[in-house]
Design a protein around this ligand. Structure first.
Ligand code: C2E
Ligand code: MG
Ligand code: MG
Length: 583
């Protein structure tokens, strides 16, 4: 049949299209290409592929077929032979390639790419990119040019890049570009040599961040990191890492303290430059050093270095400290205390002692404070000032505070049922316990189960900067609404503003011993005078704490303080002695 001009042009265009595709297939090193007539479900020519050795192999033969053949049979065999069935089932295009491609063409799509892993007969894996280009031939049949590329190499590079990227995230710090703590530990373990671990942090870094912004904060971290990199000799076996916030760690394979001090001084020496460059007040670093050997965990050495660094912060004349035996003893002691806690509860080693509060005018007892004593083998084991902060650090405080509160409630109930005079006994509640969920209902439940009116067990909460906190206000309000009476402990020792204090519904302020110790000095006395006056105006009761002398007692009494607690009247005493005082 004679072709029309239009058909000739179409045929020419198609040839050109295929030619350009073949060329690009060859340039792109396609391993196989063939044409399929989708409308007739037919492949006319034998299909070859380029083997790994570069030889040309018959694909149809490999699949146990011979061309010409049906396109759908060819694909079916290819899927069975070459593609993981799980994988094939995920792709619509594999389920019925011919119909899928015809449908695509009718929807105006001309190009389909599928990528998949293929295992050859020798078990070698390839990553293939198979592209179907759709067009119509001069007879109006829809045809596909299939071009198969081996992209295994590119895929492997991509996978490697992906791995590198993951590694970068896992091991490198985004601010400094240097190691993070995980990588530091990995390197140190593989170095397997003894040496010194140095913990470094930036003095008042939070202040830099809040005053100048985190952008400047990050710049400070990077600038310090650059100094660390300059001073520590990485090629000679030193390592360093940025752990988090303003915390850095470094390792030197030496136990020579002078060598470490020289390095530390060299870093500190250049801090002026960082301050000048970033227009900041003087940047200061603290350092703590501990020894490390492969038999010891890095975390332990690091925590020792941090302990030493915290000690350095208390020094006047140095910005570094080495971890010493006494620090070790302290850590062991602290661990011992914590380990002993459960046992102490079980053995009833925590005793509540009572310190009375007196009315200075008539010297009558008007209340008391419950103060815990840890008694082991008949002796006070540790004072609460030492173990309470440890319990606060590891969460034990919550059950501890409840335990003491329950004990006091039950003791009050006992006194009441014995027909004794009952006075309010205030109980300390740690700020840490305050934030535990349902604290108000737990305390209410304890008091109610003991059948003791809440006014007889006021709660002492220490003055803190947290007084400004919304949450602090919510919790204290909840306590007041539940019927509790709140006393602000250690008034005058914290940083809270008077307006913030006034927003919390405290019924009493307990003036801190530091204020009482200023009696005898004019400005101290003026201050106390005004505080007591202000409290009276606000309808708040005042208790003076730590009153030791007659002079202090008389001054307070004359100034209008109605409640005094201190050694001047009585030290904290055990139950039987307290009962004697109450008679
Ligand atoms: P705090 O609540 O401010 O208790 C007052 C502390 O001052 C008590 O020390 C008391 O013995 C002491 N003190 C009283 N009068 C005088 C005095 O005239 N001179 C001197 N120098 N000291 C005086 P303590 O019993 O060692 O308790 C220390 C801190 O431990 C308490 O301070 C309180 O914050 C905490 N604490 C005690 N018991 C508990 C408790 O059951 N729970 C909680 N969370 N904390 C408690
Ligand atoms: Mg107290
Ligand atoms: Mg106090």
């Amino acid at each position: 049949m004679e072709q029309t001009d239009k058909e000739k042009i179409a045929s020419l265009e198609r040839s050109l299209f295929y030619e350009s595709q073949y060329k690009s297939a060859i340039i792109s090193e396609a391993i196989c290409h063939y044409e399929a007539n989708l409308s007739k479900d037919f492949i006319e020519n034998e299909i070859f592929y380029k083997s790994e050795q570069g030889t040309i192999v018959s694909t149809t033969k490999l699949l146990g077929m011979s061309a010409p053949c049906k396109f759908s049979d060819f694909i079916k065999n290819w899927i069975n032979k070459a593609i993981d069935p799980d994988y094939a089932s995920k792709y619509e295009i594999f389920s019925n390639t011919k119909d899928f491609l015809l449908k695509s063409y009718s929807e105006g799509k001309r190009d389909h790419i599928i990528e998949y892993w293929y295992t050859n007969e020798k078990g070698k894996e390839f990553f293939l990119n198979q592209r179907f280009l759709l067009t119509k031939n001069e007879d109006g049949d829809i045809c596909a040019l299939a071009v198969l590329n081996n992209t295994t190499h590119a895929k492997k590079i991509e996978a490697q890049q992906h791995r590198n990227e993951l590694e970068r995230h896992a091991y490198f710090d985004p601010i400094t570009g240097g190691y993070n703590y995980i990588k530091f530990k990995k390197e140190l373990i593989s170095a397997n040599v003894r040496g010194s671990i140095i913990s470094i942090d930036i003095h008042a870094f939070k202040l830099i961040n809040t005053t100048f912004g985190t952008g400047i904060g990050d710049k400070v971290i990077k600038a310090i990191w650059d100094r660390i990199e300059e001073v520590f000799d990485f090629p000679k076996g030193d390592f360093a890492a940025h752990i988090n916030a303003d915390n850095f760690i470094a390792f030197c394979p030496t136990e020579d303290q002078n060598e470490i001090i020289t390095k530390i001084k060299s870093i500190s020496y250049s801090l002026n430059l960082i301050s000048a460059e970033l227009s900041l007040p003087q940047v200061k670093l603290y350092y703590g050093i501990s020894m490390w050997c492969p038999e010891k965990t890095i975390d332990l050495s690091y925590s020792e270095a941090v302990t030493a660094k915290n000690n350095a912060k208390k020094l006047q004349d140095a910005d570094y400290a080495f971890f010493e035996k006494k620090d070790m003893d302290r850590l062991v002691w602290e661990e011992n205390i914590i380990e002993n806690f459960e046992n102490a509860l079980a053995q009833n080693e925590f005793h509540v002692w009572y310190q009375p509060k007196y009315n200075p005018e008539n010297r009558e007892i008007i209340g008391a404070e419950a103060l815990v004593r840890w008694i082991k083998d008949g002796k006070i084991f540790v004072s609460p000032g030492e173990f309470i902060p440890l319990f606060e650090n590891n969460g034990l405080i919550r059950s501890f505070d409840q335990y003491i509160f329950r004990k006091v409630c039950m003791q009050q109930k006992k006194w009441q049922s014995e027909g004794r005079k009952i006075i309010p006994v205030s109980v300390n509640l740690s700020r840490i316990s305050l934030y535990y969920k349902d604290i108000t209902s737990i305390y209410s439940h304890i008091a109610e189960s003991a059948e003791i009116e809440k006014k007889y067990v006021p709660i002492e909460i220490t003055e803190t900067a947290a007084v400004k906190d919304k949450r602090f206000k919510e919790i204290t309000d909840a306590f007041v609404s539940a019927g509790f009476i709140l006393h602000m402990d250690d008034f005058g020792s914290g940083y809270s503003s008077l307006s913030a204090l006034n927003s919390i519904r405290f019924s009493a302020w307990k003036l801190d011993k530091s204020l009482i110790d200023s009696i005898g000095n004019y400005s101290g006395e003026r201050l106390l005078h005004h505080i007591i006056l202000l409290a009276k105006e606000l309808g708040i009761q005042v208790t003076a704490e730590g009153v030791e002398t007659a002079e202090q007692n008389n001054f307070l009494s004359e100034t209008g303080c109605e409640s005094i607690q201190g050694y001047y009247y009585s030290k904290p005493v055990d139950i039987s002695n307290f009962e004697k005082l109450m008679i």
